[in-house]
Design a protein around this ligand. Structure first.
Ligand code: FPP
Ligand code: FPP
Ligand code: MG
Ligand code: MG
Length: 348
């Protein structure tokens, strides 16, 4: 009982299951016929470079948070069905992580990245061609697993995510200067690139549990708003880094001409900033100039407020779920709410 009232650590709640999923992922990406592909595909599932496993954590917690008995289900059948349902939800978490890693492999090729997760990126050690194919291979494995769930609605949700990932990436690399400076366009791109995967996967977790549309939409709203908050904070940290003072981040977005929320808010206060952006950031002096405007504006503060708004919306979606007296359900919901706080307060 006291656990329900006290603090929860979202990650330790699902640690054992995450370990299981990690093992399954490693097994799943083995390509028996092509050792080189195998080596490449396994790269990011190795111990130590497996990433934060943020998405599987959220999805497993969501599965538990929605684990309310459905009207009309007989208790005995429900317990029997439970382990089958949980396994299917674990499969979905694996699919989501595979799609995520596939997108990172492709992203590092597009971004010419040298490192990923603190180690040399796959493209930097095995070349672009193999990286692209390794990403395709992971994606194929994800799709085969998706088909095995035999749930058409879930297939549609995750296929839409793939379309969104590509759309978001293209929106980021193209577009007129007017589009690149539109807040509306930025939020759209952020949804496609970051939030769609977790939003639609949360919804799929609800569909697998045969939840009604209202509950599935709350799961979706949680994922969408958490994803948006996460990316907004990511974009702020690109300027501030861990120190919270301007210019301490990697400044990688602005140097690549990627305009994010803090700058978009700054333009509203200093329209002259628009001309600096139009001149481009190949010249480092323009980066300094933009940072100067940003520093005199409320850009960082307003972007933080927007992130907090979305984090709060995510928490409200959890609070709006049908009441449950089940301790496990309640602890999982608390953990999901706790994640909205962690996302906002993180410094790296
Ligand atoms: C790497 O993901 C970074 C991205 C894909 C871009 C931004 C997305 C996020 C920061 C996370 C999305 C938000 C939620 C709430 C799921 P990562 O930092 O998760 O990478 P990792 O797999 O290496 O930990
Ligand atoms: C990380 O962003 C990248 C993404 C969130 C998505 C990338 C999507 C594609 C490359 C489209 C292809 C999709 C599939 C499914 C194969 P970032 O570069 O801003 O972040 P980083 O700091 O983690 O590199
Ligand atoms: Mg990148
Ligand atoms: Mg990128």
């Amino acid at each position: 009982r006291f656990l329900v009232e006290g603090q929860v650590d979202p990650f330790s709640l699902v640690a054992d299951e995450l370990c299981l999923i990690g093992n399954r992922l490693r097994d799943m990406v083995v390509a028996h016929e092509v050792p080189r592909l195998s080596l490449a595909a396994e790269y990011f599932f190795e111990m130590g470079v497996e990433g934060k496993r943020f998405r599987p954590t959220i999805l497993l917690l969501m599965a538990s948070a929605l684990n309310v008995s459905l009207p009309g289900s007989i208790p005995d059948a429900a317990t029997n069905a439970f382990s089958g349902l949980r396994t299917r939800q674990q499969r979905l978490a694996e699919i989501t992580e595979m799609i995520h890693v596939a997108s990172l492999l492709h992203d590092d090729v597009l971004d010419d990245a040298n490192t990923r997760r603190g180690v040399p990126s796959l493209n930097s050690c095995m070349g672009n061609k193999l990286s692209v194919l390794a990403g395709d291979f992971l994606l194929s494995r994800a799709v085969v697993t998706l088909a095995s769930l035999q749930n058409n609605e879930v297939v549609t949700l995750l296929s839409t995510v793939l379309e969104h990932l590509v759309t978001g990436e293209i929106m980021q690399m193209s577009g007129t200067s007017e589009q690149r400076c539109s807040m509306d366009q930025y939020m759209k791109k952020t949804f496609y690139k970051t939030a769609s995967l977790i939003a639609n996967s949360c919804k799929a977790i609800a569909f697998l549990a045969d939840q009604e549309t209202e509950v599935a939409m709350l799961a979706y709203d949680y994922g969408r708003n958490l994803g948006l908050a996460f990316q907004l904070i990511d974009d702020i940290l690109d300027f501030t880094g861990t120190s919270a003072s301007l210019g301490k981040g990697s400044l990688s977005d602005i140097r690549h001409g990627i305009i994010t929320a803090p700058i978009l808010f700054a333009i509203e206060e200093f329209p002259q900033l628009q001309e600096v952006i139009n001149r481009g950031f190949d010249n480092p002096a323009n980066v300094d100039l933009a940072l100067d405007y940003l520093g005199r504006s409320c850009g960082i503060q307003r972007a933080t407020e927007l992130a907090t708004e979305h984090a709060n919306l995510a928490a409200s979606a959890i609070d709006a779920l049908p009441q449950s007296e089940d301790d496990n359900v309640r602890i999982s919901r608390r953990a999901l709410v706790e994640l909205t706080r962690i996302v906002i307060t993180r410094t790296k």
